[in-house]
Design a protein around this ligand. Structure first.
Ligand SMILES: *Cc1c(COP(=O)(O)O)cnc(C)c1O
Length: 350
């Protein structure tokens, strides 16, 4: 496959304070770009990270025809760079693209672009606990036309941002009883940009009450727990882990499916089934609800310390032998090449 590479004249890396990064604000020296025109993807390019020039009528600005992915690259003590299950992200961006009536991006281009970009910017993947490079592939509609129909032109890109250990602070959630993130027949299962735009206002209302995230429920009854804004959600009742089944409303998270497989392999009982709000409230009141946590690439696992539902406020007790800590440590050890990879999840960049 032809890939054009234009290298930056002088790296910006010397100016970066890697001990003081805020999530997703700073990007590496290069970016990967490939345009779709006249029904085909053109020659992909890696070039110096730079602003795009788009016509104001580009469809992405008007109709939100955009999908994205999020993954992380890690560097081990031998300076090898690893990704975690990138095949899953590659498949998922095309599942998302299909739902938004966008063309699939070829698998070979995805992997070639990803690997070459990471090799070129390998100095930006820092070693050490918590450090990683956040990788953001995305596709936007670039046709210059404000008629409300699918674009004829698109741009696929990958940009990368160095990040430190993700500490989102203490997380408490509000269980949604009015707003919804997604509905049957909608785009909830897709990593569509607009899903996020629609979640910001309810999230702001939650923040005003002192809650960091919304825990979404099913749109028709608000009786079943689904997922948080950027994370799938797990509940530990006694020694069983519960999580909602994926559906057309819920994003099929790589972290979620890895946790299920890992936990089952460890002999932890996992139930994947619809979870009622009332069941979790009851379990919280009688002391059986031991843990709640979110699962997603950015934080891997993010413990949820409490929640509100209508007028009720619940604080979870401190738990010993937390599943969240055990699973997080085990998964990040696999990701960083510090533990055996018995599921074949690691992908070496070479
Ligand atoms: C990205 C995302 C997740 C987490 O998926 P991972 O593949 O584990 O990163 C969960 N829910 C939503 C809505 C997301 O967009």
């Amino acid at each position: 496959m032809a890939l054009e590479i234009e290298k930056i004249a002088k790296s910006k890396i010397a100016e970066v304070d890697f001990s003081n990064l805020s999530f997703g604000k700073l990007f590496t020296d290069h970016m990967f770009e490939c345009d779709f025109e006249n029904g085909a993807w053109k020659t992909p390019k890696i070039k110096p990270y730079q602003a795009l020039t788009l016509d104001p009528s580009a469809k992405v600005f008007h109709y939100g025809q955009a999908v994205f992915e999020g993954m992380k690259a890690y560097k081990d003590d031998n300076d090898d760079i690893w990704l975690f299950r990138p095949d899953q992200n590659q498949k998922r961006i095309n599942i998302s693209a299909e739902r938004l009536d966008m063309p699939a991006f070829p698998k070979e281009y995805f992997f070639e672009g990803l690997s070459e970009l990471l090799k070129l910017d390998s100095a930006w993947v820092q070693k050490g606990d918590g450090n990683s490079l956040y990788v953001r592939p995305f596709i936007i509609a670039t046709e210059n036309c404000v008629s409300a129909s699918a674009s004829t032109n698109y741009k696929f890109m990958i940009i990368c941002s160095p990040v430190q250990a993700y500490y989102g602070g203490e997380v408490r959630v509000v269980i949604a009883d009015k707003y919804s993130r997604s509905a049957n027949g909608g785009v909830g299962f897709a990593k569509a940009a607009g899903n996020y735009a629609a979640s910001f206002y309810p999230a702001k209302l939650a923040a005003k009450q002192g809650y960091q995230q919304v825990l979404w429920t099913d749109a028709s009854t608000h009786e079943y727990l689904e997922e948080a804004g950027t994370m799938n959600v797990f509940f530990r009742i006694k020694d069983t882990l519960l999580t909602a089944p994926t559906s057309e409303r819920i994003l099929d998270g790589v972290t979620r499916k890895s946790i299920i497989q890992f936990a089952e392999d460890e002999g932890i009982k996992v139930e994947v089934r619809p979870i009622k709000v009332t069941e979790i409230l009851e379990a919280a009141k009688n002391g059986d609800l031991l843990e709640m946590f979110g699962a997603g690439t950015a934080a891997v696992i993010s413990p949820i310390l409490g929640f509100a539902h209508k007028d009720e406020k619940i604080e979870l007790p401190k738990v010993e032998n937390s599943y969240a800590s055990f699973i997080k440590k085990s998964l990040t050890d696999i990701q960083r090449n510090l533990a055996e990879d018995k599921f074949g999840w690691r992908f070496k960049v070479e």
